[in-house]
Design a protein around this ligand. Structure first.
Ligand SMILES: Cc1cc2nc3c(=O)[nH]c(=O)nc-3n(C[C@H](O)[C@H](O)[C@H](O)COP(=O)(O)OP(=O)(O)OC[C@H]3O[C@@H](n4cnc5c(N)ncnc54)[C@H](O)[C@@H]3O)c2cc1C
Length: 359
C-alpha cells in the first residue's frame, strides 16, 4: 500500500520544527512529526493516518542531548534521555545496561553499573534489529500504542516527559506550570512543560500531546539496590505484546546506629514498594495500583506474589472493578487478563531472583 500524498520538510533545529508546526497550523493543514518512522509510516501506508505535511525531526540536535548524574556508591542515578535516542542507543548505555563505567578522573576506579535489567529485558524482546536501529524512545511514547513495550518499563520507573512548544507552559500539566532549566543557546520563545508519563498516556493512540508540541526528553531517576524485570507474551506476527508486565521492586533497608555506636541492619528482605506496569491488555499501559498495594511492606513469598498478581487487572486498591480490557481477533479480554496475571508472577519472581533473594 502507498500512503496518501503528503509534503515533506526536514527541520534542522527545535526552533525551526516548532515554526513548521505553527505554519501548518496557520494554513489549516494536518502536520505530523516523524522521527524513526517505524509506527507512523505503517499507519500512513494502511491509510490509518494521512497527514498533509510530514515534519522530519530526526536531525534535531536538541533532542539528542541527554545525560546522567550517577552516584558511584549505591548505584543510584538520574537524568534525561533525548527523545531521539533509538532503542539501539539505549542498549549501548552502560548505566542502563550494567556496563563498565569509567570515571572522568583517576580517583574513580572503573566499576560495573547496576543497570536497569527491565530495560535490558525490553531491548532483547522488542521487534528486530532494523526497528531497534530506527525506532526512537520519543516516538514510542508519543504514539500512544496500547501495546508497546518500553512505555511499560518507563511507567514503572515513574518517567517524566519534557515537552516543548511556543506556549511556554500548559495549564493542565499535572505537575503545574514548569520551565526546566533553559540552555544558554535555546531561543527564549521556546517554552517547556513537564508531565508524568502516567498522566500523558490517555487511551488508544491518545495522549496529552497537543498538535504544536514536541517531546524533547524523558527523565528518570533510578534508586540503587532496586530489582526489576520485564516479561512479555508477544504476538507471533508483529512481536507487539499481547500482554507485557514491568516490575521495579525496592527493598527496605538502611542502618540504625544507637547512642553506643551499635549498628543494626534493617534489611529483612521485605519490600518498601513495588511498581507494576501492564501493557497490551488495556487502552493504555497502566500502573496496577491494587497489586502494588498488596506488596507494599510485604515479605515476598509465592503466596504474596500470587495474591498480588491476581489483582493486576483490578482498577484501584479496594475496588471491585476491573480495568477496561481490550479483546479482539488476536486474544479475548479474559485471555489477556490471564496472561497479565501469569506474567506478573513471572516478572516478580525474576526480579526477586535478580536481587539475589529466593522465595
Ligand atoms: C515490524 C515492527 C515491529 C515492531 N515491534 C514492536 C515491539 O515488539 N514492541 C514495541 O513496543 N514496538 C514495536 N514496534 C513499534 C516501534 O517500537 C515504534 O514504532 C517506534 O519505537 C516508534 O518510534 P519512531 O521514532 O519510529 O516513531 P515515528 O513512527 O516516527 O512516530 C510515531 C508517532 O510519534 C510522534 N512522534 C515521534 N517523535 C516525537 C517527538 N519527539 N515528539 C512528539 N511526537 C513525536 C509522531 O508524530 C507519530 O505520531 C514495531 C514496529 C515495527 C515496524
Amino acid at each position: 500500500m502507498f500512503p496518501a500524498d503528503f509534503a515533506y520538510v526536514r527541520a534542522r533545529t527545535l526552533d525551526e520544527a516548532l515554526d513548521l508546526l505553527d505554519e501548518a497550523h496557520a494554513a489549516d493543514q494536518e502536520a505530523k512529526l516523524i522521527a524513526g518512522g517505524q509506527s507512523l509510516l505503517p499507519m500512513m501506508k494502511l491509510r490509518l493516518a494521512a497527514p498533509q505535511v510530514l515534519i522530519d525531526i530526526a536531525d534535531l540536535p536538541e533532542l539528542r542531548r541527554g545525560g546522567w548524574m550517577s552516584s558511584v556508591v549505591g548505584g543510584s542515578f538520574g537524568g534525561s534521555i533525548g527523545a531521539l535516542s533509538t532503542y539501539r542507543q539505549l542498549g549501548r548505555d552502560a548505566l542502563l545496561n550494567g556496563g563498565v563505567i569509567r570515571g572522568r578522573n583517576e580517583n574513580v576506579a572503573p566499576h560495573r553499573a547496576e543497570g536497569v535489567p527491565a530495560i535490558t529485558d525490553v531491548l532483547t524482546v522488542l521487534a528486530d534489529p532494523q526497528v531497534r536501529a530506527r525506532g526512537t524512545i520519543g516516538g514510542a511514547v508519543a504514539h500512544g500504542d496500547p501495546a508497546s513495550d518500553l512505555p511499560a518499563v518507563l511507567l514503572a520507573l515513574n518517567a517524566v516527559l519534557t515537552i516543548a512548544s511556543r506556549k511556554g507552559r500548559h495549564p493542565e500539566s499535572h505537575l503545574g506550570p514548569y520551565t526546566p532549566r533553559r540552555t544558554r543557546k535555546e531561543p527564549l520563545n521556546i517554552g517547556k512543560r513537564e508531565i508524568a508519563l502516567d498522566d500523558f498516556l490517555q487511551g488508544i493512540y491518545t495522549t496529552d500531546l497537543a498538535d504544536d508540541e514536541i517531546i524533547t526528553h524523558i527523565r528518570i531517576s533510578h534508586q540503587g539496590g532496586t530489582a526489576s524485570a520485564y516479561e512479555k507474551f508477544p504476538h507471533p506476527a508483529s512481536h507487539l505484546p499481547l500482554a507485557g508486565v514491568a516490575v521495579v521492586l525496592t527493598y527496605k533497608g538502611g542502618r540504625l546506629t544507637d547512642s553506643n555506636g551499635h549498628v543494626t541492619d534493617l534489611a529483612d528482605g521485605s519490600l518498601a514498594s513495588a511498581a507494576i506496569a501492564v501493557t497490551g491488555i488495556s487502552p493504555r499501559p497502566y500502573r496496577a495500583r491494587a497489586a502494588e498495594a498488596l506488596l507494599k511492606d510485604a515479605f515476598p513469598t509465592q503466596e504474596t506474589l500470587a495474591a498480588a498478581a491476581a489483582q493486576v487487572t483490578t482498577e484501584s486498591p479496594g475496588s471491585a472493578n476491573r480495568v477496561s480490557l481490550l479483546g479482539d481477533q488476536h486474544a479475548s479480554a479474559d485471555y489477556r487478563a490471564h496472561l497479565a496475571e501469569v506474567l506478573t508472577r513471572r516478572a516478580l519472581a525474576k526480579a526477586i531472583a535478580r536481587g539475589g533473594r529466593s522465595l
